[in-house]
Every structure is written in structure tokens, then in C-alpha cells.
Design a protein around this ligand. Structure first.
Ligand code: C5J
Length: 230
């Protein structure tokens, strides 16, 4: 792929410094915006969390998704979950937490964190459209045991805009994996969320610290302005 002309770069106001957005080689990656994490009766709820805390990320992410589609950017969605026979569920992950309701158990939205169940689905506000890859991942990171890297490389993608939940778990793990694979990541602060506001703040601080050791952080308004949508 030829090196892009610098005139195509749209600088996005970010921390620790401007993120060089190049829509043709940038993918919007939306992590795990599933009913299991955002709605009562799912996995997040079973772990004892207040799932309403994640809902603030929905509207800004929907605006970014619309802008990314208009700009012709690659859009990728991920879902955390497991095969119905749980053969891809590590025993350690299954045991972890010692909660009464575990992965694979029946809940109000079907079996918890199992592919094909209602709770596993992406919330309707952010539903994928035809042509947008949906990555089913058994772990926290979107690169672990998935074909995400092959899909991104095949499209010539070298930078990612990252949204989704939760900031310090699946978003952070994915950003770390992406960083080690040579992708530049911009994490949108208001398009990510956590059950723990203090973890959200710390996770974003870790990404942008030390000159952007894992990447960049910006509000969605800065990305929309960069895309000419602000
Ligand atoms: C968690 C995720 N928190 N998507 N998953 O278990 O962050």
C-alpha cells in the first residue's frame, strides 16, 4: 500500500498530542457493546455491577459510528462470549469470582455470555450493518483467538479509534494488544465506560501517560471535528 499523502491526514485534538487521523487506514473498533454488559440480567449484572453506569457511552458512540460510516471508514464490532458447549471457555475464567450465576447459566436474556443468546447481542442503538465485521472473542482482548488482526491487515488498517466497554477490561486489553502489534490507537473518553468511574479515569490516564505509551485519548467531539462532523 502506498504511503498516504500527508494532506489526507486530519489532525484530531487529543492527549498527549494530535492524533493523525487518516480515514482510509483507520478502523473504528467498538468493543462489546452487548446487552450482557449494558442491560439488567446479563453478565455485568451477575457480577454485581450497576449496569446503568455504562449507558452514558451509547449516544456519543452512536454519533461516532454514524460519522465513521459517512466517512467510509472500516467499522468493526466485537462481542465477548462463548460457544454453547463452552468448549472455548477457560476453566479459570469459568471459576473466577465464585458467583451464584456463572457464564453459561440461564438468565433473563438467555444463557449468560453465550453466542446466539439474546444477551450476547449488540445493543440495538449500535447494531452492525452489512459489511461490518463482527468479531466473536472468548477473551478480554479482541486480538486473542480471533481473526481481527488478519481482517485489519487485509484492509491496510494501521490505526484504530476505540470505543466500548469496559474501559479498564476489554478496551484496555485490546488497546494493549493493538499497541504491541503496531497499531496506533485513539481511545474516545466519552465512548468508553466502566462500572467503576475511578477505573475509567485511571485507565484513560494510563493510555495517554508517558507520551502516549499505549496511545491517545480524546473526547468524541474532537474526532467528529476532525471528520468534519463537529
Ligand atoms: C468484562 C468487557 N468486563 N467487555 N468484559 O468482563 O470489558
Amino acid at each position: 500500500m502506498p504511503e498516504p499523502h500527508t494532506a489526507d491526514v486530519r489532525p484530531v485534538r487529543a492527549e498527549p498530542y494530535e492524533f493523525p487521523l487518516l480515514p482510509a487506514t483507520t478502523a473504528l473498533v467498538i468493543i462489546d457493546m452487548q446487552r450482557d454488559f449494558l442491560e439488567p440480567g446479563g453478565f455485568g449484572d451477575a457480577l454485581g455491577n450497576d449496569v446503568s453506569l455504562l449507558r452514558a457511552a451509547i449516544a456519543p458512540t452512536a454519533a461516532v459510528l454514524e460519522a465513521a460510516r459517512r466517512a467510509g471508514m472500516t467499522v468493526v464490532h466485537t462481542r465477548e462470549g462463548h460457544r454453547s458447549d463452552l468448549s472455548d471457555l477457560a476453566p479459570a475464567k469459568h471459576r473466577r469470582g465464585n458467583f451464584a450465576t456463572k457464564i453459561g447459566d440461564a438468565g433473563p436474556m438467555g444463557r449468560i455470555l453465550v453466542r446466539g443468546e439474546a444477551g450476547h447481542g449488540i445493543i440495538p442503538e449500535l447494531a452492525p450493518v452489512a459489511g461490518e465485521p463482527v468479531i466473536d472473542k472468548p477473551g478480554k482482548g479482541a486480538f486473542f483467538a480471533t481473526d481481527l488482526e488478519a481482517i485489519l491487515r487485509g484492509r491496510g488498517i494501521d490505526r484504530l479509534i476505540v470505543c466500548g466497554v469496559t474501559t479498564e477490561v476489554c478496551v484496555h486489553t485490546t488497546v494493549r494488544e493493538a499497541n504491541d502489534r503496531g497499531f496506533d490507537c485513539l481511545v474516545l473518553a466519552d465512548c468508553t465506560a466502566s462500572y467503576f468511574p475511578e477505573f475509567h479515569a485511571a485507565a484513560l490516564a494510563m493510555i495517554r501517560a508517558q507520551g502516549g505509551i499505549f496511545g491517545w485519548v480524546a473526547p468524541s467531539s474532537a474526532l467528529l471535528a476532525g471528520l468534519g462532523d463537529g
